[in-house]
Ligand binder design. Structure first.
Ligand code: G16
Ligand code: MG
Length: 217
């Protein structure tokens, strides 16, 4: 059967969280806000605007709309500099074999990301050609856990929600997939992603047997 396999980007295909962290840390540092790796966990899968609000909240900092716009632009400029230096080596282990297998099985492959920089990143790491559809932060109005991003991706490739499978590393993303009525596969820690239908530490654990079962079921 032809199903839709929808991939989140950050934390699933590439580890760009480290670049988001460095760029946010610069802004936080200038504002005198302590921003640790642990705080950064709260930003995963969360939109850019919401991320800044979370950071300002950590420091109890109030800001005008203009200030926020300026910091968001600066953060993104910094982030773009980091991703400009990315290459294929930054694709997380096991991802390309899974993409290749799904392609060989004639399955639909889509991206469902909160990032507005998704396309340039896929191009930088040279895997854009695997994707039949890309839905990112430029295309949706409601952030995860709202299912909009995944429903759109499924719709673009002509698959129903029940015929869609989502790979996600964030709790909000797993919830979005579940709300959409899709099969959710958490990539990361079972302790954090317990709501997912299946959880794997990374893509090297995902067997062709398992993928075949998803395709036939
Ligand atoms: C990613 C990250 C988030 C980031 C968001 C927006 O989402 O997980 O930390 O805040 O994109 O990114 P940008 O500033 O590039 O628009 P995802 O859904 O790919 O995990
Ligand atoms: Mg993610």
């Amino acid at each position: 059967k032809k199903k839709a396999f929808i991939f989140d980007l950050d934390g699933v295909i590439v580890d760009t969280a480290k670049y988001h962290f460095l760029a946010w840390q610069k802004i936080a540092g200038r504002l005198g806000i302590e921003f640790t790796h642990e705080h950064n966990e709260q930003l995963k899968g969360v939109s850019r605007v919401r991320s800044l609000d979370i950071i300002l909240g950590l420091g109890g900092v109030e800001a005008t709309r203009e200030d926020k716009e300026k910091w968001l632009a600066e953060k993104n400029e910094d982030y773009l500099n980091y991703i400009a230096a990315m290459n294929e080596e930054e694709i997380l282990q096991g991802v390309v074999p899974v993409l290749q297998f799904l392609k060989a099985q004639n399955q639909n492959i889509a991206l469902g990301s909160a990032s507005k920089n998704a396309r340039p990143i896929l191009e930088k790491v040279n895997i854009l050609h695997y994707f039949d559809a890309v839905v990112d932060g430029n295309d949706v109005t409601n952030a995860k856990p709202d299912p909009e991003v995944f429903l759109r991706a499924a719709q673009l490739v002509g698959a129903s929600a029940t015929d869609s499978v989502v790979f996600e590393d964030s709790v909000a993303g797993v919830q979005a997939a579940n709300i959409a009525g899709m099969t959710s596969i958490g990539i990361g820690s079972p302790a954090i992603l317990g709501e997912a239908h299946y959880v794997y530490t990374d893509f090297t654990e995902i067997t062709t047997d398992f993928l075949n079962r998803l395709i036939t079921n």
